[in-house]
Design a protein around this ligand. Structure first.
Ligand code: ARG
Length: 402
C-alpha cells in the first residue's frame, strides 16, 4: 500500500517543526514541507536542511513575493481595505496565498492531507481551512495544534530535544510575531494587558517617533489606476517600492498601530502592528481618490472598503463575493492616477499636495476670487427645492404642538 502523504505549511519555527515529526509518527506518513516567502526576514535560512533533519521527505521553498504584491496587496490597497478602520491586513492577506501554494504542491505531489500550524483560537486556522475548502475540498485537513498533547512551549521543546529536532538557538522573543512585506503582527507577553503600552522591544522594524530624525522626509508617490508605480520620480517595481517605503517609513517611526480587534472566533484581542509602507500607501491612495473620484462613488466606496476588509479578515478571499467586489473596485480605479506628496515626521504621515490629470477639482468653481465662474444665482432656486420637504414637515408639525 502507498504511504499517506501530508503537505505541511512549514515556517521553520518550533510549532511546525514539532508538527513534522508528530504527524509523521501519528499517520506513518511521508511529509512534504512547504514554505512560502512573503518577505519575512526571520527564520528563512537553512530551512530545507532543517525540514529534512526534522523528518520531511520533501521540501519546497516558494518565492511568493511578486504574486503577493500584485494579486493580493494591490487589490487590497485599491479597495482601501483596513480592518475595523485600522489594520492593513498583512497576516490576513498572506494566509490565502500560503494556503493556495500548499494546495498546489499537495496536488502535484499527490498528497492526501494538508496540515497547518495555527492554534485553535485564532483567525489563521479559519483562513487556511476555508481556503482549503474552496480550492481542494477533497483533501483531509489536519490541525495538530488543536489536538496534540503539548500544553506549553517547554513541553514542545522537550519533545524536540528527545527526537533531535533542530530548533533555532536564538533566544525566543516573548512575543508571537507574524511578518511579511505588508506588515508585522505582534502579540502575547505583556501586550495581553490592553492598558500596558507596548515596550520598545515589541517593535521589530520601526524607530520610536521620539528617536526619529528631526528633519522630515518628503516623498512623491505616483499612482496609475490605483497602483503605486513610482517613488520620487523613479519608476519602481511593486516589491521594491514597498520595501523602500517600509525602510523609509520605519526610520521615521511611521506605521505603528495598537489595536483591540474583533476576531472571527468571537474573542477581542490586542495586537500591535508595524506597517510603514501600508500606512503610507493607504493614506496617499485615499487622498488621490478624494481628488479623482466622483462624489457618490467616493462616498459609496467606503462601504465596499469595509466589506472587502471583512472578507479578507474572515478568510473568504477565494469567493464569488470577492470577484463581485473587485468588479466595483476596478471600475472606481480607472482614474486614480496622479501624484501625492507626503511628509514623514516623527511617526506621522501628512499630506503636502496632490495632482492628477483626472482631477475633478476645478479651481474656477472653487475660488473666492474674481476668477469665480460658479452661478451664485442658481443656488437660490436649488436650495428652495432641496429644502422644500423639510420646510413642509416643520410647518405641519408646528400646528400640532403637544
Ligand atoms: N490579528 C492578526 C490577524 O488575525 C494577526 C494574527 C497573527 N498574529 C501573530 N502575532 N502571530 O490577522
Amino acid at each position: 500500500m502507498n504511504k499517506e502523504k501530508i503537505a505541511i505549511a512549514y515556517s521553520g519555527g518550533l510549532d511546525t517543526s514539532v508538527m513534522i515529526k508528530w504527524l509523521k509518527d501519528k499517520y506513518d506518513a511521508d511529509i512534504v514541507a512547504v514554505t512560502g516567502n512573503l518577505g519575512q526576514q526571520k527564520e528563512i535560512e537553512n530551512l530545507e536542511e532543517k525540514a529534512v533533519a526534522t523528518g520531511a521527505s520533501d521540501f519546497s521553498f516558494l518565492d511568493l513575493r511578486k504574486t503577493f504584491v500584485e494579486e493580493y496587496i494591490w487589490p487590497a490597497l485599491k479597495a482601501g481595505a483596513l480592518y475595523e478602520d485600522v489594520y492593513p491586513l498583512a497576516t490576513a492577506l498572506g494566509r490565502p496565498l500560503l494556503a493556495k501554494a500548499l494546495v498546489d504542491v499537495a496536488l502535484s505531489e499527490n498528497c492526501t492531507m494538508l496540515a497547518h500550524g495555527c492554534t485553535g483560537k485564532g483567525n489563521d486556522q479559519v483562513r487556511f481551512e476555508v481556503t482549503f475548502a474552496s480550492l481542494a475540498p477533497h483533501l483531509k485537513v489536519l490541525a495538530p495544534l488543536r489536538e496534540w498533547e503539548f500544553t506549553s512551549r517547554e513541553a514542545e521543546i522537550a519533545y524536540a530535544q528527545q527526537h533531535n529536532i533542530p530548533v533555532s538557538a536564538t533566544k525566543k522573543s516573548p512575543y508571537s510575531i507574524d511578518e511579511n512585506i505588508w506588515g508585522i503582527s505582534i502579540e502575547c507577553g505583556v501586550l495581553e494587558d490592553p492598558m500596558v503600552s507596548p515596550p520598545e522591544d515589541a517593535y521589530q522594524i520601526t524607530t520610536s517617533p521620539e528617536k526619529a530624525p528631526d528633519k522630515a522626509a518628503v516623498l512623491d508617490i505616483e499612482f496609475e489606476q490605483g497602483v503605486p508605480v513610482a517613488l520620487d520620480g523613479k519608476k519602481m517595481d511593486g516589491l521594491d517600492l514597498i520595501m523602500e517605503l517600509n525602510k523609509r517609513g520605519a526610520s521615521h517611526g511611521v506605521g505603528r498601530l495598537d489595536m483591540i480587534e474583533n476576531r472571527v472566533v468571537g474573542i477581542k484581542s490586542r495586537e500591535i502592528y508595524e506597517a510603514p509602507a501600508a500606512t503610507i500607501l493607504h493614506f496617499a491612495h485615499r487622498e488621490l481618490e478624494r481628488l479623482t473620484l466622483e462624489k457618490t462613488v467616493f462616498q459609496y466606496k467606503s462601504h465596499i472598503s469595509q466589506d472587502y476588509a471583512n472578507l479578507i479578515y474572515n478568510g473568504t478571499w477565494f469567493s464569488p463575493m470577492r470577484d463581485a467586489l473587485d468588479g466595483f473596485i476596478e471600475a472606481t480605479q480607472k482614474n486614480v492616477t496622479g501624484l501625492v506628496r507626503v511628509k514623514l515626521f516623527k511617526g506621522s504621515v501628512t499630506l503636502l499636495g496632490r495632482t492628477s490629470p483626472w482631477s475633478l477639482y476645478n479651481e474656477e468653481l472653487a475660488t473666492y476670487t474674481e476668477a469665480d465662474t460658479f452661478n451664485h444665482k442658481a443656488a437660490e432656486g436649488f436650495i428652495h427645492i432641496y429644502g422644500l420637504g423639510l420646510k413642509t414637515y416643520s410647518e405641519v408639525n408646528a400646528k400640532h404642538i403637544r
